[in-house]
Ligand binder design. Structure first.
Ligand code: ZN
Length: 154
């Protein structure tokens, strides 16, 4: 019952976003919101916190949907921080990874190794940089794709 209300709110928000030119409406991450919604519904049978998040999130979305004036920065921040809190809960309690987790891990790693190898092999720190970026992206994105395939990402 609660699930349907949240799903409807997500749908209405998406529609409002598509028809809106509000400055703070455009950057709302609806894709992430949809993924989070599916996860909350999936976990709510066995997790009280997820059940509470469903209520919280529904209220927040309805505030945005029924607001007559354009969204302001405060609404936007409220939306962002709620998604963040829920994401953190999913990572901690349900062992999920945020999308792009491995890229954000391997890209900086690739860059630092690239710089070191550039210095050692070519005696030129900038030669290693593109290599490092390429390796970081290749490894990170393939691990992300793998985690996604196994259903481990939010
Ligand atoms: Zn939960």
């Amino acid at each position: 019952m609660k699930h349907k209300v949240l799903e409807n709110a997500v749908r209405d928000l998406k529609e409002k976003k598509n028809n809106s030119k509000d400055r703070y409406m455009k950057p709302l991450n609806v894709d992430l919101l949809e993924r989070i919604t599916q996860r909350l519904i999936e976990f709510s049978d066995n997790c009280d916190e997820c059940t509470n998040f469903i209520t919280d999130l529904t209220d927040l979305l309805n505030d945005i949907i029924y607001k007559q004036e354009p969204l302001d920065k405060k609404d936007f921040m409220r939306f962002q921080s709620k998604l963040k809190v829920i994401t953190q809960h999913m990572e901690k309690e349900h062992n999920l990874l945020p999308d792009g987790h491995y890229i954000s891990m391997y890209l900086p790693l690739g860059i630092s190794f690239g710089l070191i190898f550039g210095l050692i092999l070519f005696d030129n720190i900038s030669m290693g940089l593109p290599l490092g970026v390429a390796f970081g992206l290749i490894i990170g994105s393939s691990m992300d794709a793998d985690a996604k395939k196994k259903g481990k990402t939010i």
